[in-house]
Design a protein around this ligand. Structure first.
Ligand code: ZN
Length: 165
């Protein structure tokens, strides 16, 4: 298990733009494996490499819509198409205490490469679309608190965590 430390707001790495991955080597695979372990331990639905201090265009997102969660590894991801709009709560492992209302596309088509460099497209709706947009923002040094319409108050936070239980 390779658990990496998740950086929190204030760390300068979170504000930087990440560089493209050009080598699909064992070091990238180790990073992805560690990001999976780190995400699982932190109980999140997405993680971007800059959150663990690596300024490379690598993210993982978890699809929780099916019976079993599926993790997608997205290297050099780009939003190829976006449709519709969803307005809903969003959190971030790097901003542990706040939740905001963020407007995102309802559906996105993401172009990415897998850990071996093979190109593929991921079609994502609802929460997975939100997670893809959120994680890709991290690669540009953008955190959700900069684009949130507003933040949830204590009462709304309590209701949100009750929903999750
Ligand atoms: Zn985040």
């Amino acid at each position: 298990m390779g658990i990496r430390k998740i950086l929190t707001k204030g760390d300068p790495s979170l504000k930087k733009k990440s560089r493209a991955v050009t080598e699909f080597n064992p070091r990238l695979h180790q990073l992805l494996d560690d990001m999976r372990d780190t995400l699982e331990q932190a109980n999140g639905v997405g993680l971007a490499a800059p959150q663990v201090g690596v300024l490379r265009r690598v993210v993982i997102v978890e699809d929780v819509s099916g019976d079993e969660p599926v993790i997608y590894e997205l290297v050099n991801p780009e939003i190829a198409e976006a449709q519709g709009e969803q307005i809903g709560p969003e959190g971030c492992l790097s901003l542990p205490d706040i939740w905001g209302i963020v407007t995102r596309p309802e559906h996105v088509k993401v172009k990415a490469q897998d850990r071996f460099g093979n190109e593929f497209f991921l079609e994502a709706d609802e929460l997975l679309a939100r997670a893809c947009c959120h994680e890709i923002d991290h690669l540009e040094g953008v955190l959700f608190d900069e684009i949130a319409d507003r933040f949830l108050d204590d009462e709304e936070l309590a209701a949100l965590s009750a929903d999750e239980e």
